[in-house]
Ligand binder design. Structure first.
Ligand SMILES: *Cc1c(COP(=O)(O)O)cnc(C)c1O
Length: 405
């Protein structure tokens, strides 16, 4: 198995192997170069690190715990399942980790406004939250389909003082929201910072967002050793753009004994084009939103329509580092369909009293399958990327009957 020194990635031009880079208009490249330079200077600045640590502890509530799922494990029989509880962060998901970093960087760069897209609304809420915390303006672009599905998050953003811009073209979901936010950003990249919501987009975002998220794995490694005396045998995370997954994986990439699984959304099934968002499983290398990665695309290189029951996983591209880790075979990319994800949503709720985000339910569903195949002395650590409160109305309306609601 190829071992990867994550600290050496990406190269100076933002490449992870052949993936990543930056393909944007020249006037934007100038701005991205400024952001890169400022970030590289900032990340090792003890003042910045102190600021980050302060907000992580006193605002987000870190460290988030690692929890052993005793009843779920007993029910399934097989490997022991543990959760890294990113759902317990302020705002209910992992995204606040990189939003604080991006907002602090925006302030250092003298920007007054942060702008972004959102799928499930989690990135929008996290960004609107830190904008309020740090006194920045905030504009969030969101597909109309997602606005209807994730209504509580829309209201949250508005309460927090952000402007929510509905996106009405195409499939009206995440991909179109990215297009729209990008367009708005290009109109004024000097006073605004585009705070990308995952490990995607042009350099330096895949690197920066990963760095801000890697605290998940760093904490989990120490906590898991405290609990069990050793490293987990398997670690699992869902992969949309791939930020919560890189957040967990990075600390374990050089630990050969740890098997790593990234779980993509299979929607209605990976064999039906347009009805899934399993980008690495079914995609090919291409270019989307200013960077190279595995991508679901048509003959002309245009992004294909995608579907997942989880709005936050509904994206036809994926982080460049994931694309590279797939080629290296360091991470095993697999997939879970809508039905199994919803089953896991109810299973975790009813076995452990933890309602997971539908996105995170994909990772839980895969961990349940894997646990069954493994002996009881094996362990699986799942990144529970977010809580499911935002999803309850949608889940009950569409799937409640099967579960007696
Ligand atoms: C946004 C989101 C995801 C997907 O994004 P990644 O960048 O792939 O982590 C997963 N889980 C939750 C709870 C989210 O809000």
């Amino acid at each position: 198995m190829a071992m990867v020194n994550a600290a050496n990635m990406p190269d100076v031009n933002g490449y992870f192997g052949e993936y990543g880079g930056s393909f944007v208009p020249p006037q934007l490249q100038v701005i991205l170069d400024e952001i890169t330079a400022e970030y590289l200077k900032t990340k090792d600045d003890p003042e910045f690190q102190k600021e980050m640590a302060y907000y992580q502890k006193h605002y987000v509530g870190r460290p988030s715990p690692v929890f052993f799922c005793e009843r779920l494990t007993a029910k399934i029989g097989g490997a022991k399942i543990y959760l890294k509880r990113e759902d317990l962060n302020h705002t209910g998901a992992h995204k606040i980790n990189h939003c604080i970093g991006e907002a602090l960087l925006a302030k250092r760069l003298g920007k007054t406004k942060i702008i972004a897209e959102t799928g499930a609304g989690q990135h929008g809420v996290a960004l609107a939250t830190v904008a309020a915390l740090l006194g920045l303006e905030c504009e969030i672009h969101m597909g109309e389909v997602d606005i209807a599905k994730e209504h509580p998050n829309v209201v949250r953003m508005q309460i927090l003082g952000a402007t929510v811009v509905p996106v009405t073209h195409g499939l009206k979901t995440l991909k179109e929201a990215v297009d729209s936010a990008f367009e708005a950003y290009l109109k004024d990249p000097v006073t605004q910072l585009y705070a990308i919501g995952s490990v995607v987009g042009p350099h330096p975002f895949p690197m920066m967002v990963r760095d801000f998220q890697q605290i998940i794995g760093e904490e989990a490694k120490v906590q898991f050793e405290e609990l069990t005396g050793t490293l987990p045998d398997n670690i699992v995370a869902c992969v949309g753009g791939g930020s919560n997954a890189m957040g967990l994986f990075t600390a374990f990439l050089n630990d050969e004994s740890v098997a790593i699984y990234g779980v993509e959304p299979a929607g209605h099934g990976v064999e039906i084009a347009g009805k899934h968002a399993a980008t690495i499983t079914k995609g090919t290398p291409g270019m989307i939103h200013g960077f190279k990665c595995y991508m679901l695309q048509d003959e002309n290189g245009e992004p294909s329509p995608v579907h997942s029951v989880a709005s936050g996983l509904d994206y036809p591209g994926v982080g460049p580092q994931h694309s590279y880790l797939h080629d290296l075979k360091r991470v095993n990319y697999t997939h879970i369909d809508d039905t199994d994800a919803i089953d896991a949503f109810f299973e975790l709720s009813r076995s452990e009293g933890i309602i997971p985000a539908i996105e995170s339910s994909h990772a839980v569903a895969f961990a349940m399958k894997l646990a069954k195949e493994l002996p009881s002395d094996q362990t699986i650590l799942v990144n529970l990327s977010g809580r499911g409160d935002k999803d309850i109305d949608f889940v009950v309306e569409n799937f409640g009957k099967k579960y007696g609601i």
